[in-house]
Design a protein around this ligand. Structure first.
Ligand code: FCB
Length: 472
């Protein structure tokens, strides 16, 4: 099957993970710039200070993307580059950088797909309570409007937030991301609510400004499946989906929170503080969302947590949140299954879970427009006689693209696929060891770029629009 002609083949990145230039050209400090300097927070103390120096090498990088035949590039804007203090004076050099990057993409016909928030919050705002402080909502909406006005003539696809569950959950439950707070479910739910309001108001602002493009949000897509058909385990899987999927998707797509979770929160005194205007804005914005972005790496295999069992600790950088088993969530645990296949970092490889999960979404939300905004394999790529032979990555992406072909045949409205990542970059907590890119970065040779086997493979997939995937 050929992917439709309007389907976008892309690849993705995020500012903190590849730009570097952390204190250049007037950029302010972000929460991550501070967090990575706290001993023990990241793998061997790695930081994104230099990252892969994309800030200075973006021309070369975009040229490589063009050579690969990439139709669209998803990248994020660093808020503290635009507003060094979170608000107030705009930093013109920050705007210049993204204007240049956008123009460079367009020069080759590459469609820019822009994320406004991929986790790097201006430190000045973090110091005032970050996302727990409702003033951050207004600051975000203002920043979003500045971006719409500055870039909206050329950027027709905006994502407000990347993976709320990760920065909210890791920020306030596991402590693995800034602000590093552990096990505070009260704050966690409040923060999720505040971010939903920020998203809704940014969507409404986008429409008010008549941008004539599309806007949506990107969520972790980590569908939960019970390990077997035992009713306890089926219930546990439903609970996991309610808290980790529906809590995130319902307010965006339906404009209100899921009933089951609301009841649970009420019982445990965890209901966020909200006012009627905020709830009205969620409702008003819902039909204005143009799409939902899904980041899929793996599903969750879930069983009921019995009192004698310990919750299982997950690897820290994972698309499964593993909320440190806060009290509200103490009913299930995710498990590794003997008949499944896993990566070196214990992430399950499951194109079937991808397809089944998409069908689960279709059943709940109908045929909403979907972009797969991330999907890929983290690995330590073998170098054989000088060639970067990332064959496992090729297999991973191939089987997931085939799953997507089946999804489209079943009527799902999927309009694009962005592999994570376009180039090797910083893994939030695993440093530079874990690679995802089509383009290799040689840390022993002045960050030189080299094409991997997957680079040529994806080039061919794009050129043939996926027609040969199922016979490879
Ligand atoms: C996702 C993040 C992305 C990257 C991948 C591996 O959770 O959006 O920045 O780190 O995981």
């Amino acid at each position: 099957m050929k992917f439709p002609h309007d389907f976008l083949f892309g690849a993705a990145s995020a500012a903190y993970q590849l730009e570097g230039a952390w204190n250049e050209d007037g950029k302010g400090m972000s929460n991550w710039d501070e967090f990575v300097r706290i001993p023990g927070k990241t793998f061997e103390g790695t930081t994104g200070d230099v990252a892969v120096d994309h800030y200075h090498r973006y021309r070369e990088d975009v040229r490589l993307m063009a050579e690969m035949g990439l139709e669209s590039y998803r990248f994020s804007i660093s808020w503290p580059r635009i507003f060094p203090d979170g608000g107030g004076q705009v930093n013109q050099k920050g705007l210049d950088f993204y204007n240049n990057l956008i123009d460079e993409c367009l020069k080759y016909g590459i469609v820019p797909f822009v994320t406004l928030y991929h986790w790097d919050l201006p430190l000045a705002l973090e110091k005032q309570g970050g996302w727990h402080n409702k003033a951050t909502i207004d600051a975000f909406v203002h920043y979003a409007e500045v971006c719409f006005n500055a870039f909206g003539d050329r950027v027709k696809h905006f994502i407000t937030f990347n993976e709320m569950i990760m920065f909210c959950g890791n920020g306030y439950l596991t402590g693995a991301h800034p602000p590093g707070i552990t096990n505070d479910p009260k704050k966690y739910f409040q923060v999720t609510h505040n971010v939903f309001v920020a998203h809704a108001r940014a969507v409404l602002a986008y429409k008010r400004l008549k941008q004539f493009g599309e806007i949506g949000i990107t969520h972790v897509f980590n569908p939960a499946f019970a390990v077997d058909n035992h009713e306890d385990n089926l219930f546990a899987a439903r609970h996991a989906n309610e808290f980790d999927t529906y809590w995130y998707y319902d307010p965006v797509l339906k404009g209100h929170y899921p009933e089951y979770v609301l009841q649970q929160l009420q019982k445990s005194g965890l209901t966020p503080d909200w006012d009627p205007q905020e709830l009205a804005d969620l409702q008003a914005a819902a039909p204005q969302n143009d799409f939902i972005g899904l980041n899929y790496y793996q599903p969750m295999r879930v069983e009921k947590l019995h009192e004698v069992q310990q919750p299982i600790e997950h690897s820290r950088e994972t698309s499964t949140l593993a909320p440190g088993k806060a009290s509200f969530d103490n009913v299930y645990r995710t498990v590794k299954m003997a008949d499944k296949i896993y990566t070196k970092w214990d992430w399950e490889i499951s194109p079937e879970g991808f397809l089944d999960g998409l069908l689960m979404l279709q059943a709940r939300y109908g045929n909403v427009k979907i972009y797969i905004t991330e999907n890929g394999l983290g690995d330590e790529d073998p170098i054989i006689e000088g060639e970067i032979c990332d064959i496992p990555r090729i297999n991973y992406i191939k089987t997931h693209l085939i799953a997507l072909q089946h999804a489209i045949e079943k009527g799902l409205n999927v309009k694009g696929y962005y592999a994570w990542s376009v180039i090797d970059l910083l893994s939030w907590l695993n440093g530079y060891k874990k690679q995802y890119g089509f383009i290799y970065v040689d840390h022993n040779d002045n960050l030189a770029r080299r094409k991997k086997a997957s680079f040529y493979w994806y080039q061919h997939v794009i050129a043939t629009r996926g027609a040969e995937l199922q016979n490879q």
